[in-house]
Design a protein around this ligand. Sequence first.
Ligand code: PNW
Length: 483
Amino acid sequence: MVNTFPPGFLWGSATAAAQIEGAAHEGGKEDSIWDAYARVPGSVAAGDTPDRAVDHYHRMPEDVALMKSLGLDSYRFSTSWARVVPGGRTVNAKGLDFYSRLVDELLDAGILPWLTLYHWDLPQALQEKGGWTNRDTAHRFVEYAEATYEALGDRVSHWTTFNEPLCSSLIGYAGGEHAPGLTDPRAALAAVHHQHLAHGLATTRLRELAAASSRPIELGITLNLTNAVPNDPTDPVDLEAARRIDGLWNRMFLEPLLLGSYPADVLDDVRDFGLAELIEPGDLETISAPIDFLGVNHYHDDNVSGHPQPASARPSLKPTAKPGRSPFPGSEYVSFPSRGLPRTAMDWEVNPDGLETLLVRLGREYPNLPPLYITENGAAYDGDVVVDGAVDDPERRDYILAHIGAVARAIEGGADVRGYFVWSLLDNFEWAWGYAKRFGIVHVDYDTFVRTPKASALAYADVIRQSKEADRQAIADDARATL
Ligand code: PNW
């Protein structure tokens, strides 16, 4: 099936520090906001915490060997700010040492390290000073980025500033379902702007550091993007709701980065919540510093309506959520009715065509779009069981293969996509869902931490093998043709 990927297409898997490492208070690491939030009763399903996660901190070489056995080209991981700069000010050499060993292990295995600086685990010490509502946090982020670059920049060429700022701003500060668990729309929009600013400042600084040492560097950011589909495309109320969600979900993040401005309609939609007042002269120039790639995380489309729906229409992001909370400032009334498509265990609708549409559309709407990488795509399903050292997970396998097919079609349709990272290498701490939702292509036994590749991992390894074989074939054909 797979022979349509451009030569050099990067195949990888992704994880995040707080979701896999464990060792929450070892090696000098202190609380991140997720450690603190998970201790608040009712915040994470079943009272789960990231304390031990899947013990990757102690099993890192085994996990890298697993990636090598699957034939992965690249590994997208995040560094934990609370491990590297635990109190927000002083660098912890022991924390950096863990990542230095990880990077060496990856390079020895022939796997390209793809590093993300912020996958949601702010040091709790900085949260106590206001977290992302405090503009100063952006400057602390630059110091953390510098320290990480100084330790790893000689071996890591691919750097991502933020993973899904939408989640760590709107869901964490307005929706209340992610750390720090606030339900304050003004705070959420301050978090948006200060994360943008942190991204721009760090991008500029890392670019300077790389230039000073004459090292090649690829810098980017990962956004979670969606198609906001009007439930009834002939109904002006649904069209207006879809415009608002497209604005808050996609354009409020894409346009400052790519165009150097917030969309005017979004600023108008959120005029009561103080976003415009936070923008200082020069901020948007900083935020729109050129990037080399855009990471796209995509799991599902969003079917949007402006009409009230029964409470069951939009499954909450977590089981314990109070009804009526919304991550969307000024658009709290919007609902997300089901279209009757098959759903994953997250209750997210499965629609691979949506990924193709999204990727092609991005290229059309933003002429200066940098190359794209799918930095996350994957699915949680219930019912993984280990039988004789194997896990049969046909639904996850089909989901992944169908979405890889959609990426291939998008490329044929003109999208410049250079790689695909499956979420996730391992079953892990799924944020507010705790350990209840399994996204791994490798099963983890939460009592013994034994890893077992699922059928989806083997199918993914096959895709990679076939794609590389097609690459080799094409190179050989070219060579013959030029003889
Ligand atoms: C992403 N939504 O989170 C994260 O980057 C991962 O850490 C996470 O494990 C993965 O996707 C699966 O959830 C998301 O509400 C959280 O649409 C929420 C949404 C999407 C992605």
